[in-house]
Design a protein around this ligand. Structure first.
Ligand code: ATP
Ligand code: PLP
Ligand code: MG
Ligand code: NA
Ligand code: MG
Length: 297
């Protein structure tokens, strides 16, 4: 592990606003990575707006780009990062990409945000769930589901912290050494729960971070969280707790700035979905002050 790396990031692109690659590429670059984005879709804006227009990349088109890179021996990556994927055929091609990249670099880390839905609502086709369960989770190095996604992947209901830890254990036994439940609302508290299975024999090291809930709705924050977790875990490969503290603390500073900027411009931040102030928060991304501490289980 070194303090720099080269990331292939297969995620959404929006012309306006920050989700998918738009909320991951810049922060990873700030943390010192070379980032090669493949845009799985190009939309005018994110899907939370009243309408959107644009194009969707299919599995064949993704593979074409991979073959182009391969023909020039440009497939050496330290990390693969994936987020929202809208179809089984695209997800199957992503699995082929994992194999291909590992044939070039057997140590490639695959950081997978298994985007399925949120707050009880599925926003991908139902068939994707079993593909994630059976084929994707087993090859992921780090998985960053939210509470609803953990439930869909494990079939367990998460209503207590213990449920969250049990679900992390279930996911570890399916493959990934690092599991981070990026947000879970448990007994009225917003928590991030992390779990690092360092060796086959020992139980995982597990922790939580309580996050002060801001009364506003943001988009792009899940994608940003996964990118920051990738970035900081590469600097601290044996300390997922520290990586998560840094990621959450950066994000909180960015969200506070976002809310303040909206208020200053005369908007009520609790009434609309907010675009994050990513570029304006570059100092907090590069040099976060740890304000949110992890608590070990
Ligand atoms: P995914 O994008 O995979 O569905 P997710 O549902 O966890 O993941 P978010 O709900 O955006 O994504 O949460 C990710 C992180 O963003 C949380 O860990 C938290 O740090 C921060 N966050 C998002 N919304 C808020 C909020 N209203 N108040 C405080 N922090 C928030
Ligand atoms: N990708 C696209 C195209 C979107 O429209 C959205 C949200 O609307 C996302 C990704 C997800 O963003 P988040 O990081 O908030 O989960
Ligand atoms: Mg969420
Ligand atoms: Na997530
Ligand atoms: Mg999300």
């Amino acid at each position: 592990p070194s303090d720099t790396g080269r990331v292939l990031s297969i995620q959404s692109h929006t012309v306006q606003g920050y989700v998918g690659n738009k909320s991951s590429v810049f922060p990873l670059q700030l943390l010192g990575f070379d980032v090669d984005p493949i845009n799985s879709v190009q939309f005018s804006n994110h899907t939370g707006y009243p309408t959107f227009r644009g194009q969707v990349l299919d599995g064949k088109q993704l593979w074409d780009l991979i073959e182009g890179l391969e023909a020039n021996q440009l497939l050496h990556y330290t990390h693969l990062l994936t987020g929202y994927i809208g179809s089984v055929s695209f997800l199957d091609t992503v699995l082929q990409v994992v194999d291909k990249l590992r044939s070039v670099n057997p140590d490639l880390l695959y950081v997978c945000d298994p985007v399925l839905g949120d707050e009880g609502k599925l926003y991908v086709p139902q068939e994707l769930i079993s593909v994630y369960q059976q084929k994707v989770v087993p090859v992921a190095s780090m998985l960053t589901p939210n509470q609803f996604e953990v439930e869909l992947l494990t079939g367990l209901r998460i209503t207590s912290e213990q449920d969250g830890l049990t679900a992390c254990n279930t996911l570890h036994s399916a493959g990934p050494r690092k599991v981070v439940i990026t947000s879970a609302l448990i007994e009225g508290k917003l928590l991030l729960i992390g779990s690092h299975k360092k060796t086959e024999e020992q139980p995982p090291e597990q922790f939580k971070i309580e996050i002060p809930k801001i009364p506003a709705y943001f988009t792009g924050t899940g994608d940003l969280t996964t990118a920051l977790l990738l970035g900081w875990s590469n600097k601290y490969p044996d300390n997922l707790e520290k990586a998560a503290e840094l990621a959450v603390s950066s994000l909180q500073a960015l969200l506070r700035r976002t809310v303040e900027d909206y208020k200053r411009a005369g908007f009520d931040p609790s009434t609309s979905s907010l675009e994050i102030r990513l570029i304006q928060s570059q100092d907090e991304i590069r040099n976060p002050t740890v304000t949110c501490k992890a608590v070990k289980y």
